[in-house]
Structure formats: structure tokens, C-alpha cells
Design a protein around this ligand. Structure first.
Ligand SMILES: [Zn+2]
Length: 374
């Protein structure tokens, strides 16, 4: 593959697939001893921000000759999240931790792992106090105190303001690495004090190749996952891992398949039946947590129909549904497909505004193309 032939071995010790331009810049700063005191890595979930943050932390703490060497004690400790001078902080569930400024957070049990990318968590001011205490001390064994603040878009106002103070007057031995979906979601006074690296999706063949070679994913599965990932390797790896369970204990892929089967069925039933289905979705598939996934899967379906109808079948995402898609691309008119796409997108927006989920789904199902006589 021509793409892979690029420069895959340029920085092999970083252990990061893709994002070569970002690593090149970081490696240059390291060797010139000009590492910024704060970085902000941005990009969609699963694109590799945290992986790159850990690699940079390794490079900073590494005691080997080529940094990061991946083999010294410091590199290994960072990789296992066990380095005493590297602190990783991210938002916690809404009711978790001491809200009152006087309480101690030292004895808190660790928060439960995130259920999925959409789970809303908050980075709270007491967590920033923990950070401030950590950076007040000099490093125990490393060269730097490194604070990785993941998903900084989840910081609430008081946490952001508290953090800004640390960022304005950082101790010399501190390096901050923030990650966020987008720089615009971070307080401008914070983003402007960080060196921003906006990570972009990887080319799909690179994702596919990595899934097969490094994670030993079966080739046809890798092909599908690469397309579904939109170039987010971390997402693809999580989706390929059976132990990553989403809502109801299903894998991301199983959930997506169920969502697409639902839509395929909905398009073939009458409006009365659709209302029953809307009731089931709203009641049992509940809660707003799962609906965005459902709608995103449905968006992918409509986009694929548009592609097939415009003669670009080779670019579709849902390759495992090609037959059903072809049938529908023949049955529906161009206008109907665009109407379906538009209605689904509008529903995604309504849900972001906290409208009644059942109502939103009912309206959507009635707006999707079909035979009103049924
Ligand atoms: Zn090392």
C-alpha cells in the first residue's frame, strides 16, 4: 500500500499510528529543549489525543538516549499510568466527589469507568485543587511534573477559572497537556495559552492496516470498522474489542447493526406501526443516551443511499448492509432520500436541545419516506 510506504518508521518509539506531522513537531521541540509549557490536543473522540499525550509524557520523562525509548523504567511507568510525576485527570460523574470546598478528596474511591463516549462528566474545581497541590511539589523521580487533563471541554466554569491561574503562573518544572474535542469548547484564555495541535482523522487504509497488523482484527471486519470509524483509530480499536460494551452490554458493532436493522424495517412498515415502534424506542431504548448513537447510525444509512444513488457505491460506509441499501436506493426517489437525511439530522439537533425524546422520534418516523396509505 503506497500510503503505508510513507514514513512509518520515522518515529517508531512514539508508539503512535498516524499524526506524523504532530510527532515530528514535538520531537523537534524536545531535541531543541523548547517544549511548550502547555499543549492542547484537539480532535474527535478516539482520534488519538490521549495516546499522543502519553507518548509526549514518555518522551519528556524518558531517561534513554532516543526519547521516548519505550524501554526505560520511566517510559514503562508512564505507559502503565504508574509514574508518580505524571497525573492524568478527567471529569467525573455528576454527583461524584466533594462539592463542598472543605471536604477531602483524598479517600475517594476511583470513579466508575466511562460507559461510552457520550456519557456526560464534569471536570470539577476540587480536581483542579488536586492538580494545584501536585504541581506545587517538585518531581519525585522524573524531570517534570506532567499533568494530562483529558476532555477539558468538560471543565465547568469554576474549574476552568481555577485552572487558568495555574496556567498563568506555572512552576518551571510543570508541563500541561490538555485534550478536547475542539479548541472552541475550551475557555479562550486557556486555549490561547496552549500550543494547539489539531489532530485530523487518519486515512481509512491506514486504520484498516493497523487494525489487521497490530490488533489482529479479521480483514473484512477491519474494512468495515475503518469505514465506520471515519479515521478515528482509537474508536475502531474500541469497537473491535469485545470487552468494550456499550449500553445493555452490547458491543458498538452489535448496537449499530441493530439500529440499522430497525431503520431498514421502519422504512418498510406503515405509519401506524411506526408509532408503536417509536413508543418502544422511547420507552425501552430509553433514555437519551442511546438515541444519538441510533440517529448517527441512521445518518450513515441515508448518506450511503445518497452515494449509491449518485453512482458512488464504492464509497459507502455500511458495507455489510450493501444489499439492503441497494434495494432501498432503487425503491426510494432522490427526493425521498434527501428528506430522510434532513429529517434525521434535524432530530439530532432537537435532541441536543433537550426536547422530549419520544416526541422527537415520533415526528422523525412520520417524516421518513413511506407509503402513507398503510
Ligand atoms: Zn525511555
Amino acid at each position: 500500500m503506497a500510503l503505508m510506504a510513507g514514513r512509518p518508521e520515522e518515529y517508531p518509539n512514539w508508539g503512535v499510528i498516524g499524526h506524523e506531522w504532530a510527532i515530528r513537531g514535538l520531537a523537534r521541540s524536545l531535541s531543541a529543549d523548547q517544549v511548550a509549557h502547555a499543549y492542547l490536543f484537539t480532535g474527535p473522540h478516539g482520534i488519538g489525543k490521549t495516546t499522543l499525550a502519553h507518548a509526549l509524557a514518555q518522551a519528556l520523562e524518558c531517561t534513554g538516549s532516543v526519547r521516548p525509548c519505550g524501554e526505560c523504567a520511566a517510559c514503562r511507568k508512564v505507559a502503565r499510568d504508574r509514574h508518580p510525576d505524571v497525573l492524568v485527570v478527567e471529569g467525573v460523574p455528576v454527583g461524584y466527589g466533594p462539592e463542598n470546598t472543605e471536604e477531602s478528596e483524598e479517600d475517594l474511591p476511583p470513579p466508575p469507568p466511562r460507559k461510552n463516549d457520550r456519557e456526560r462528566r464534569i471536570l470539577k474545581v476540587w480536581q483542579i485543587r488536586t492538580v494545584r497541590r501536585a504541581i506545587a511539589r517538585t518531581p519525585f523521580e522524573g524531570r517534570w511534573k506532567i499533568i494530562i487533563l483529558r476532555r477539558f471541554e468538560e471543565a465547568n466554569d469554576s474549574a476552568s477559572n481555577a485552572f487558568l491561574k495555574s496556567l498563568e503562573e506555572p512552576p518551571r518544572h510543570v508541563r500541561f497537556i490538555l485534550t478536547a474535542r475542539d479548541a472552541s469548547l475550551v475557555l479562550p484564555t486557556i486555549a490561547s495559552r496552549c500550543h494547539v495541535l489539531a489532530l485530523r482523522p487518519l486515512p481509512l487504509p491506514q486504520v484498516e492496516d493497523a487494525l489487521v497488523k497490530r490488533w489482529h482484527v479479521e480483514p473484512s471486519q477491519a474494512h468495515l470498522l475503518a469505514r465506520l470509524s471515519g479515521g478515528r483509530l482509537g474508536w475502531a480499536v474500541r469497537a473491535a474489542t469485545p470487552e468494550t460494551r456499550g449500553v445493555d452490554g452490547h458491543t458498538l458493532l452489535e448496537e449499530r447493526r441493530a439500529h440499522l436493522e430497525d431503520l431498514n424495517r421502519v422504512l418498510q412498515i406503515g405509519y401506524a406501526e411506526r408509532l408503536t415502534f417509536a413508543g418502544e424506542v422511547a420507552k425501552d431504548k430509553r433514555n437519551k443516551e442511546d438515541l444519538p448513537d441510533l440517529l448517527e447510525a441512521w445518518m450513515g444509512w441515508w448518506r450511503d443511499l445518497v452515494l449509491i444513488q449518485s453512482g458512488q457505491r464504492d464509497r459507502i460506509t455500511n458495507v455489510d448492509f450493501e444489499e439492503s441499501l441497494s434495494t432501498q436506493a432503487r425503491r426510494l426517489s432522490l427526493e425521498e432520500v434527501h428528506a430522510g437525511l434532513k429529517a434525521t439530522r434535524a432530530t439530532m439537533r432537537y435532541l441536543e436541545q433537550n426536547v422530549n425524546a419520544r416526541l422527537a422520534i415520533e415526528v422523525l418516523l412520520l417524516n421518513l419516506p413511506g407509503d402513507r396509505g398503510n
